[in-house]
Design a binder for this molecule. Sequence first.
Ligand code: RUB
Length: 332
Amino acid sequence: MEFKLPQEVVDIINGISSMQIRGASKIAEAGIKALSIVAKNSKAESPEGVFEELDYVSQKLLATRPTAVSLPNAVRYVMFEVYKAKENGLKTEEVKTKALDACREFLRRIREASIRIGEIGARRINDGDTIMTHCHSTAALNVIKTAHRMGKNIKVIVTETRPLYQGLITAEELEKSGIPFTLIIDSAARFLMKKVDKVIVGADAVAANGAVVNKIGTSIIALAAYESRALVFVAAETYKFSPETLTGELVKIEERAPEEVAPASVFKRWKYGSIRNPAFDVTPPEYIDLIITERGIIPPQAAFTIIRDELKDMPYEFQMKYSTYWERSLEV
Ligand code: RUB
């Protein structure tokens, strides 16, 4: 069934796919906002109707970008609450209320997790530490900002993060917070690693074996840190752990347009050449010292237990229905 989505929801869907809205937690937040707008404006006259409308927007949201697991986890949480309400015989308006309550609850979880990660992670930062970070991660930055607020004297090395330069967003935030930083090109990461005590990055997904999917280049930085005996910390809310990886799927790595890497006027002339532009890569658990979650610090090998707790009583088919593993049409 097709529905006419409110313009604000269409804008969110387009905003995520065009990366105006970006970063795993911001993407989840925007997805939840879209679901709550649909629930609020729903004209459905049956519990099934409410479920179908929300399912429709969920599928569109899941078509936007495939890698940040925060989005399917957020969608799945809300849809499971709506599904249970419908199955338990609640009335139409009550199902809508359940949907809105679930949206509010997940938003609260996003906000609280972010603050808690800052507090927990900051305790592991020492006075005088030099920290390298990659891309722009709200969670990683919260650790750095909280450590700074605690009075720890820290310096940050920020990679520019080609091709879209999200490192500049990080640099601007550090500037506003009065935290000393140095911006470097991505390929200078190993050259400067000897000055680094800790690498702190965010995550788009954490797999059941503790591997971390994050912005392309993260795995090279982790490798250089390992070689140089600098510690690697990943700041990741528990809603970034991927239940799909427990049931055999791999996290899908988004490949973006070649125009982000080189001008079309150049590569369109090439007879022999092509461009690849993977947006994320996978850092194996061996190169990660710890993952900072809002429930505490865990070794990457404990990722499985977080995922198992998240899934609890969710039916397998339901879990699969809201996985980004499946191809969907983005057309709205
Ligand atoms: C962003 C990125 C971030 C994670 C975590 O990639 O890789 O490190 O999403 O971010 P993109 P946060 O810019 O392609 O979305 O901690 O803010 O959720």
